[in-house]
Design a protein around this ligand. Structure first.
Ligand code: UT7
Length: 334
């Protein structure tokens, strides 16, 4: 049976950078608080009101195609993990394919918040493993700035905008998506959700006046569940696949809070040299964090490297993917 291998990775971040010092000017916070509690120093936020999540996806996938030397017409399927789609419908995936000229692709959006990329990677890899398709693109992208209240210091310091994309192709080598463990618990909705804009509370003057179109998060409750579940699932997938702290080369964990990532690494027994980290530059880009990590670390990766990807987020959703990297270094430079 063929496995699904990642054969290229790319990303996109809006040009506009907002530092912790910039936020000090608009809300009651400090660079010291944000850095020590989260690890974040800056984030990229799209400031062009005409741009949306699909535009970030398009840039990431254009670069992906260029790096792999393929045309968008060669893509069979494109899945976008996002909670900030351009519209409720049509799907962002449909818009991205149209903008790219990916005429032969179909696809859909997948709503799993911070676990969106891992859900997408696991789902998309099935279409390769069954032999149905040869080129499946998985995008994780969120324009969080469009659903964040910039007067709420408990959420606005954390999130950023960004998109990352990978290309999945079949391989018969001993590499690719080796295993995944995914979970969901809708009871977590209480602690992390957006109150309006769906069928329960459609947009009205009242929902706007009551600021119901923004992320609502009970930080401490989410933190506790994230630390436990992300650490636990990362350790469990290692155990299930007979991996040890020595044989795991990298941890690519969702970038929500440096303290959650450190706790996960500690539970896995791995040192900080194996932990991919870019939260300081991008903040929490929700579905974007893991592919953006792979993009940033691509040059350091070697064929056969055992990588654990893990995430926790809104839903609650969480899980881990065991990936064996499929190529050496950067496909064609960044
Ligand atoms: O990716 C999706 C999943 N999300 C997550 O994984 C996020 C998980 N949660 C967290 O990362 C953390 O809970 C936060 C970073 C959101 C908050 O950190 P915390 O250490 O849990 O802080 P806290 O909510 O317990 O607040 C501690 C204090 C409070 O003040 P008092 O009540 O002790 O006087 C807050 O009002 O810090 C205050 N505070 C701030 N102070 C300065 C909250 N936000 C800020 C801020 N600047 N931005």
């Amino acid at each position: 049976m063929a496995r699904a291998a990642i054969t290229a990775v790319a990303g996109y971040l809006p040009d506009n950078i907002v530092t912790n010092f910039d936020l000090e000017k608009i809300i009651d916070t400090t660079d010291e608080w944000i850095t020590s509690r989260t690890g974040i120093k800056q984030r990229h936020l799209e400031n062009d009101p005409k741009k949306a999540t699909s535009d970030m996806c398009v840039e990431a996938v254009k670069l992906l195609c260029k790096k792999r030397g393929i045309t968008p017409e060669e893509i069979d399927m494109l899945i976008v993990g996002t909670v900030t789609p351009d519209y409720v419908f049509p799907s962002t995936s449909n818009l991205v394919c149209a903008k790219l000229g990916a005429k032969n692709a179909w696809g859909y959006d997948l709503s799993a918040a911070c676990s969106g990329f891992l859900y997408g990677l696991s789902t998309g890899s099935q279409f390769i493993e069954t032999g149905r398709y040869k080129k499946v693109v998985i995008v994780g992208a969120d324009m969080m700035s469009r659903i964040i209240d910039y007067t709420d210091r408990t959420t606005c310091v954390i999130f950023g905008d960004g998109a990352g994309a990978v290309l999945l192709e079949p391989t018969t080598d001993d590499c690719g998506v080796m295993d995944f463990m995914l979970f969901a618990d809708g009871n977590g909705c209480t602690h992390l959700h957006m109150k309006a804009g769906g069928s329960l509370n459609p947009a009205s003057h009242e929902t706007v006046d009551n600021k119901m179109h923004y992320v609502y998060q009970e930080g401490q409750a989410v933190f506790k569940h994230a630390v436990y579940n992300m650490a636990e699932v990362s350790a469990k997938i290692m155990e299930k696949n007979n991996l040890t702290a020595e044989t795991v080369k990298w941890l690519a964990a969702h970038q929500a809070n440096k303290r959650i990532i450190d706790a996960t690494a500690s539970r896995m027994g791995i040192g900080s040299e194996k932990v991919m980290m870019n939260i300081e530059r991008y903040g929490n880009t929700t579905a974007g964090t893991i592919p953006l990590l792979l993009w940033d670390y691509e040059k350091q990766l070697k064929k056969g490297d055992n990588i654990i990807l893990s995430a926790f987020g809104g839903g609650f959703t969480w899980g881990a993917v065991y990936l064996k990297w499929a190529y050496d270094g950067s496909v064609s430079g960044k």
